[in-house]
Design a protein around this ligand. Structure first.
Ligand SMILES: *[C@@H]1O[C@H](CO)[C@@H](O)[C@H](O)[C@H]1NC(C)=O
Ligand SMILES: *[C@@H]1O[C@H](CO)[C@@H](O)[C@H](O)[C@H]1NC(C)=O
Ligand SMILES: *[C@@H]1O[C@H](CO)[C@@H](O)[C@H](O)[C@H]1NC(C)=O
Length: 343
């Protein structure tokens, strides 16, 4: 009985969540079907490079009560811990092909046999059949993606060449980048795949991550965002990004009001690497993280948290009419981050 009740309560919650998300998504017209190439903007990259250069000379204001945007100064004894652009730590040492420095990817296993095709591995592990999971709703996945975007972004190299062309599928040709250590490392899917079954679709574009060399000259990967759960996907991870998302009034974040509802502001771009704008009036969303447009459920979470931040500003202003824009913004941000951390 108890179990049954829990299940129907869960179902009601599922349904309610589904309806809310569905409404949010359908209200979010004008909207977009989107992609994210994995590349970060030139200004984001420049900020990471400059943060790396200044790493030894960073100074923190120990009495400043709020988080930095780029993650620095969270740990006053180790101010660069969690700063954007840091190299990912590894549990195991990397093993590359070629001279081992990492420009050439490894193609063979330690026994010398060719490594299996990644698509074959993923089909074997995740049977790509429709599957209804009754224990959790899609909201669990969606929260996971939102949280993941708070903590990591591994950018792809910005100088990618053309990764896929037909002869990679129709002949034994190997993409030149694979042997010269360039950015493209396309996945050629075996004939007879149940989904990717045309010459064009059987070449899956895959870019290697933008490298950073460690002190021994080995290729490593880095985090372009702050690893802290600090709402960076909402507020951005550089001072300039954070400023561009603010209304500069009553502590609030920028919104685009459609009817009576607040939505994310426009990214003001028609660049297909941000999102696909298909019809007049559609636009790409702008948020603290460039991946906001990849999936409607994710855009919905971003929208909810921008609204929540602004709602908190309203409440704080009632309690503290003396607070200025900056204080309202930072105090609301502090509450949002606390909420993210206890979820
Ligand atoms: C450090 O932060 C405190 C508190 O916000 C502020 O009053 C002070 O001016 C800051 N000091 C510097 C050197 O920025
Ligand atoms: C990798 O495996 C292929 C196919 O088994 C073989 O031809 C090639 O020599 C191997 N390369 C290395 C570096 O072991
Ligand atoms: C990007 O291009 C530059 C110049 O051609 C090259 O030195 C660098 O290795 C390339 N990066 C990657 C990841 O291929």
């Amino acid at each position: 009985m108890v179990e049954l009740r829990t299940v129907s309560a869960l179902k009601a919650v599922n349904l309610a969540m589904f309806v809310i998300i569905f409404l949010l998504i359908s209200l979010t017209r004008p909207t977009c079907a989107c992609q994210y190439s994995g590349q970060i903007s030139a200004s984001h990259l420049a900020h990471i490079q400059s943060a790396r250069m200044k790493r030894d000379t960073i100074t923190c204001n120990a009495t400043y009560p709020y988080r930095s945007f780029d993650g620095s100064c969270n740990n006053l004894n180790n101010p660069t811990y969690g700063q954007i652009g840091a190299m990912f730590r590894r549990i195991l040492d990397p093993v590359y092909g070629g001279d081992g420095s990492g420009s050439i990817p490894r193609l063979n296993g330690s026994s010398g046999v060719q490594l299996p095709n990644p698509r074959s591995v993923s089909v074997l592990i995740h049977d790509p059949a429709n599957f209804i999971f009754s224990m959790f709703t899609q909201l669990v996945m969606q929260w996971g993606q939102f949280l993941d975007h708070d903590m990591t972004l591994t950018p792809t190299a910005t100088n990618a060449t053309v990764c896929c062309y037909d002869s990679l599928v129709t002949s034994d040709e190997v993409h030149p980048d694979v042997t010269t250590g360039g950015t493209c490392f396309p996945i050629i899917i075996d004939e007879g795949d149940r989904y990717f079954d045309t010459v064009t679709s059987r070449c899956m574009v895959f870019y290697r991550s933008d490298p950073v060399m460690d002190s021994s000259g080995t290729r490593q990967q880095y985090n372009a965002v702050t690893p802290w759960i600090d709402g960076s996907q909402i507020y951005g991870y550089t001072d300039a990004m954070a400023a561009s998302l603010r209304s500069m009034s009553e502590g609030k974040l920028l919104v685009n009001t459609v009817g009576d509802e607040d939505f994310l502001p426009s990214a003001d771009t028609s660049d297909d690497s941000v999102c696909f704008v298909r019809e007049e009036g559609e636009y790409c969303f702008l948020a603290g993280d460039a991946r906001v447009n990849v999936f409607a459920g994710l855009s919905a979470f971003h929208t909810i948290f921008v609204r929540y931040h602004n709602k908190l500003c309203d409440r704080l202003l009632v309690l503290h009419p003396e607070y200025d824009d900056e204080t309202l913004f930072q105090e609301a941000r502090r509450i949002v981050v606390a909420v993210l951390q206890v979820r």
